[in-house]
Write a protein that binds this ligand. Sequence first.
Ligand code: X2X
Length: 360
Amino acid sequence: MQFNFKRISKFVGMACMCVPLLLNAAEYKKEYRLSVVPGPSSGWAMTAEYFAELVKEKSQGRINIKVYPAAQLMSGKQTSEFMLLRNGAIDFSLSSTINWSPQIKELNLPAMPFMIASEPNRFKAMDAILSGKSGKMMIDAVEKQGVKFLGFGENGFRELTTSKGPIKTPEDMQGLKIRVVGSPIFIDTFKALGANPVNMNWSEATTGFQQGLVDGQENPTNGININLRIWDYHKYYTDWHYIIDPLLLCANKKIYDDFSKEDQELLVECAHEMEKYGKALSRMGMDDGSSLAFLKSINKTLPFEDPYKELEAHGMQVEKFTPQMIKVFYDATAKVREDWSQKLGQDLMNAAQKDMESVR
Ligand code: X2X
């Protein structure tokens, strides 16, 4: 048998070149699972898809993230998402602060009733918190519990929809059964307003609306309420902006640490892009027009441009709150903010006030 040394050395050379590639393939999972609570057509899931597509494109297919919407990775129980991400059952998640706040108390900050809504420009106030000291304190609290924070998204300001109404003052809310997420600050807020809050997972909520188990619910306009066709269940839209849930894009710590340094940077870079898209999606039609312009610039417009016209076109009666109306609700929930300030700590509350003041 004759050895062809030239051929063998060529083969060995090629094999050596492939080793790093093979190692890389072995290190990285074929698919990373990204969890999202609401359904596949929600703004929230669209934001997650946007991130996954960017990552795939920028990594030239090396990092493949698949979005699992509708809380399917946690059997519908949305407040258990954080634990599942932390223990590795979930690789990535784009999560609302209000689903994680039962485990991380600092995340209740944006759910302080009517706090951000009372600022002269609620979007600027939110951005100042997220990029300021109080936002950093929230991120630190999340990372201290063992997950890696990559960037913010936005579910949006939460507006009330009801089958009974209209709602203009707290008196109009007396005894109304309102579906809320399983986070204690929601129970306190709705009780303070004289309503009857009912704890329900989002996975069961739509059936609850259909069957009339509750008189109302609260969720953001563009990404959830319109997408869900909330007018099929409720006629009255209370545009009061009482709280907001920013979204946190996070990775399981071990999963993140296993990426190369370059790929870790790539993930953070894509998260920044996603933040711009997510915020534009949730704010479109409510700001100075810049969100719509941004969505147009990236060719990602929604099927409607004016959310309020969309709601009214489907028969909803929209009550747009004035600052004076918000003030009445702000005063009615003073005790909730007082109690929760104690729980969150004065340092965080002071930092948030300073952050908001900086953009007044
Ligand atoms: O449950 C909700 O209301 C939702 C979909 O907004 C969240 O998961 C926070």
